[in-house]
Design a protein. Structure first.
Length: 195
């Protein structure tokens, strides 16, 4: 019996570190935070295209600490519409930015999301619910069909970005060197006619 145990121990000593090494990149990525555009579509209604999207905002511990210390965070939803070409660069037809500011009110212990384009604001009891609601983009007008050229394919790209330029000056210096404030999603693209 003791021989079986002696043989099992070296195997355990090899398997456990291997599993730990495989999980290490995932644990490190989870600590940095990340933004991800899950879905995005456009729909045409009375000559205007509207954007609907779902975005996951996962803040880094540094960003959460800054927010809970009273520093407002600004999130930009960058929208690009371009004309598709096969052999040359796609010329941009329109560039739009939808900005949201997230703040924490220490007195009421609530998170406030304000749409900087419209001025509409809403408060939430948890950070999770504030980020979840901010990530639900519903019927944002993006372009009028009168601006688009007929019979051409147009592409839409969106991404979510934490705007480091709107951080307070000393924090901008720290954000330059820290990955915890360098949060942005990959570009998410689709054809405007696909909806």
């Amino acid at each position: 019996m003791q021989m079986i145990r002696r043989q099992a121990k070296p195997l355990c000593r090899l398997v456990f570190p291997t599993i730990l090494l495989l999980l290490l990149p995932a644990l490190a990525a989870a600590d940095k935070g990340m933004f991800e555009v899950r879905t995005a579509t456009s729909r045409l209604d009375e000559g205007i295209y509207y954007l609907n999207a779902t975005i996951d905002y996962d803040l880094s511990p540094q960003a959460i600490d800054a927010l809970n210390s009273g520093i407002p965070l600004t999130f930009d939803l960058e929208i690009e519409i371009s004309r598709s070409r096969k052999w040359w660069f796609d010329p941009e037809v329109a560039l739009l930015t939808q900005s949201f500011q997230l703040t924490f009110n220490a007195l009421s212990r609530r998170y406030v999301v304000r749409n900087l384009n419209s001025g509409v604001q809403q408060s939430y009891s948890t950070l999770y619910s504030a980020l979840g609601d901010m990530g639900r983009i519903v019927d944002i007008p993006i372009i009028d069909t009168a601006i688009l050229e007929d019979d051409l394919t147009h592409l839409v790209r969106i991404r979510a970005v934490l705007d480091q330029q709107r951080l307070p000056g000393p924090l901008q210096m720290l954000a330059f060197w820290s990955d915890g404030y360098r949060l942005e999603s990959d570009w998410y693209s689709w054809s405007l006619s696909d909806g």
